[in-house]
Design a binder for this molecule. Structure first.
Ligand code: FNR
Length: 367
């Protein structure tokens, strides 16, 4: 039988194709909410621009016929060295939202980082999951609400907590301001509960964040988080050697090099450019993940060659979701997997652990 997705979207052969199709299908303000960055969107452009500049240096006649994509992260095996980045309010793209994402990801052993602002309960998502789920945590002024979120996720079987550190306030997302963007009716952060900051007065994500995010978070938050959970803790939003060293010294279990998909500090560096200094500063103390601008299998390989243990993929998953729900997400993940396998085979990379830095950096003069 022919693949229904290929029949429905015969021209969709890259993640970029899914982006174009999603743009056609979504209401313009929803597209802008998903796609937009902060300010003049320089950080957003920098992320993809950094990957566009990468050329991979192949190695030929290596016998790497069928590359092994399986990846060990925090004691678990991932199908490939990528997971789904946390993105709130996925029901804006498809009524099944996070449920569809988690199901599609489970089919490919792809972990999902579930946002504090998910549109489905942690318990429902855990029941639907076929691969590890991690909780992305925003720390609210109401610290007790954040604690309860962590406890619920842990009880539901989530396997790690990813604390987002780059949002003491929300970036100036001008597309949303110009569109006076409000979440459509029914799109709600259901895990915050009726008494939480998810009420109808919070349909504007920016107003919500301004009212509820704790703007005064400091490094003590790591000890607090340790006191409320036994789960591994990762810090998301690390972009410098200084912060990476501090995170490693604080004993975190991982860091995510991220500029929030260009949605926070517009002058932030491209994540791929920031990666080497973070990797050097962490010095093997914990895994270093990266997100921002990953749009092809070769981008994943480039990030690994620069020292990432794995990457997170954001917007392309929402594009797949908008185009074809669960099947669209599945297709996006499959395309990325196929492209990565191609890139590995064509560069002579037999396995994820065998990724060589020389793929992106010139080796010393050949002897
Ligand atoms: C995000 N991101 C995000 N990050 C986070 O820590 N918590 C969240 O709830 C969200 N929500 C969210 C919604 C949408 C629509 C987008 C596009 C992004 C940021 C996300 O986790 C990730 O850092 C970037 O999206 C990665 O960049 P790419 O892959 O989208 O370029």
């Amino acid at each position: 039988m022919s693949d229904p997705i290929l029949v429905a979207e015969p021209g969709a052969l890259t993640l970029g194709d899914y982006a174009r199709l999603a743009r056609e299908r979504l209401d313009a303000p929803v597209w802008d909410y998903i796609e937009g960055g902060a300010g003049e969107e320089r950080a957003l452009a920098a992320n993809t621009g950094a990957f566009d500049r990468v050329r991979l240096r192949p190695s030929v006649l290596t016998g790497a016929a069928e590359p092994l994509l399986a990846t060990e992260i925090l004691g678990r095996t991932w199908g490939a060295p990528f997971a789904v980045a946390p993105m709130g309010y996925q029901t804006v793209a498809d009524p099944e939202g996070e449920l569809a994402t988690v199901r599609a990801a489970g089919e490919t052993a792809t972990p999902v980082v579930v946002s504090t602002f998910a549109g489905h309960t942690f318990e429902d998502l855990a029941a639907a999951a076929g691969a590890p789920l991690w909780l992305q945590l925003y720390c609210f002024r109401d610290r007790d609400l954040s604690r309860r979120l962590v406890e619920r996720a842990e009880r539901a079987g989530f396997e790690a907590v990813v604390l987002t550190c780059d949002a003491p306030r929300l970036g100036r997302r001008l597309r949303d301001t110009r569109n006076d963007f409000r979440l459509p009716p029914g799109v709600e952060p259901v895990n915050l509960g009726p008494a939480g900051p998810g009420g109808p007065g919070y349909a504007r994500p920016a107003a919500h964040a301004a009212a509820e995010f704790d703007p005064s978070l400091d490094w003590d938050v790591v000890a607090w988080l340790r006191s409320v959970t036994r789960l591994p803790i990762l810090l998301k939003g690390i972009l410098t050697a200084e912060d990476a060293a501090r995170a490693a010294a604080a004993g975190v279990d991982g860091v995510v090099v991220s500029n929030h998909g260009g949605r926070q500090l517009d002058a932030a560096p491209a994540t791929l450019d920031a990666l080497p200094e973070v990797v050097a500063a962490v010095d093997g103390a914990c895994p270093v993940l990266l997100d921002g601008g990953v749009r092809r299998g070769s981008d994943v390989l480039a990030a690994l060659a620069l020292g990432a243990s794995a990457v997170l993929v954001g917007r392309p998953v929402l594009h797949g979701l908008a185009v074809h729900g669960r099947a669209g997400v599945r297709r996006v993940l499959d395309l990325l997997t196929e492209e990565l396998a191609d890139a590995m085979a064509l560069t002579g990379t037999a396995s994820v652990t065998g990724v060589r830095p020389e793929l992106v950096r010139a080796a010393r003069e050949p002897r």
